[in-house]
Design a protein. Structure first.
Length: 365
């Protein structure tokens, strides 16, 4: 597998470096194999360590007021500025554009994962040309001639697949997947992770994946299959983890059947946010579906839910722990708190899953 040269990067999160608005920034601070994060730009939190805001751990990633301030303070000059926030609708809001313009003036390439493209802004294109920097719109769709239809080649992939799915959007699927990827490899399970979103791409050290929500629907299954097939062929992993998107039943973007049908994932880890009473929307209030219905849907699709993982959103630790116990008793499934207690218990379950899959494969042979 070809390694990627890590470029030194600043994360742009002006006045928005918080969990609700800066999921991409938080993910990159937690870890990335594509970039070396050397700072975050947020005037309101300038002078603090980004890790302390993300998870209470000092990570040596300072927060600066501006890109110019970062250049003055850092020993090594950044090369890239990454848009680390997700404004409503994926738009390049005016204040963000101002910080992007200043980053270009400092000679930084810009990486943008929003739905609105830098290359559609003539003033940014001209500024980048004058400074000799590059604008990267990673959500820009590839040519349809370069996309893949589903071919059935997935049936010859040897590595078992586990997908981390969610009962709603924005529940921590990608973060849990990445923690599992790290823990499985540390436990001696050769594991690869297929990214399916812009932050997953920014964190990954390879190109096994695709951007789900910028791929025409006809090609989603084929692009997912192609990423898995290439990964299995090039890396020969013991396990492939799939980063889930959206949720099975959020009507703003229901997603999941592709991972269970097209990718043929046989194992599911289901991420749930028990403190959330309504689905993740901006303008409409709909109740969260019953989690048992999601478990039944997964079973009907032919996959097995290995465990439930809980997000702490809106809950105190003691309350979350009691909910964990209640869910475990009610659902008859192992239930974990990955952020609070780690994912080592999940790794044990995965080892058992792989052993069973190996035995099934032996019967097929």
């Amino acid at each position: 597998m070809k390694s990627i040269e890590k470029k030194k990067a600043l994360i742009l999160a002006p006045h928005t470096f918080n969990f609700e608005q800066a999921k991409t920034a938080f993910g990159l601070v937690r870890g990335t194999d594509r970039f070396q994060i050397v700072g975050v730009i947020d005037p309101e939190k300038s002078g603090q360590d980004a890790g302390m805001i993300v998870d209470g751990n000092v990570r040596g990633i300072p927060i600066f007021a501006t890109a110019k301030h970062a250049f003055e303070k850092l020993n090594e000059s950044p090369e890239v500025a990454i848009v680390g926030i997700t404004p409503s609708g994926g738009r390049l809001i005016p204040e963000l554009l101002s910080f992007i313009e200043k980053a270009i003036e400092e000679g930084l390439d810009i990486v943008n994962g929003l739905h609105e493209f830098l290359e559609d802004k003539p003033n940014l294109v001209e500024a980048a040309r004058q400074r000799g920097v590059k604008l990267h719109d990673i959500r820009k769709p590839r040519s349809k001639m370069d996309l893949n239809f589903w071919s059935g080649e997935i049936t010859r992939v040897r590595a078992p697949r586990i997908v981390v799915m969610g009962t709603d959007c924005a529940v921590g699927k990608r973060t849990t997947t990445r923690w599992l990827w790290e823990a499985c490899n540390q436990a001696g399970i050769k594991t690869e992770m297929i990214f399916t979103g812009q932050t997953g791409w920014m964190q990954s050290g390879h190109d096994y994946g695709f951007l789900f929500d910028s791929t025409p629907n006809d090609f989603v299954s084929g692009e997912l299959e192609d990423a898995i097939v290439r990964c299995d062929r090039d890396c020969s992993p013991d396990l492939i983890l799939l980063e889930g998107q959206s949720s099975l039943r959020n009507p703003s973007g229901p997603c999941g059947s592709e991972f269970l049908c097209s990718a043929m994932a046989k194992g599911v880890i289901l991420q749930h946010v028990p403190g959330r009473k309504t689905l993740h929307f901006n303008n409409v209030s709909l109740p969260m579906p019953d989690i048992q219905d999601d478990l039944e849907l997964i079973r009907i699709y032919g996959a097995r839910t290995l465990a439930l993982t809980l997000s702490s959103e809106g809950l105190e630790l003691a309350e979350l722990e009691q909910i964990r116990i209640d869910h475990q008793q009610r659902l008859g499934l192992p239930v974990f708190l990955p952020k609070e207690n780690g994912v080592e218990g999940l790794v044990t379950l995965i080892k058992d899953f792989l052993l069973k899959e190996k035995n099934v494969e032996g019967l097929r042979d």
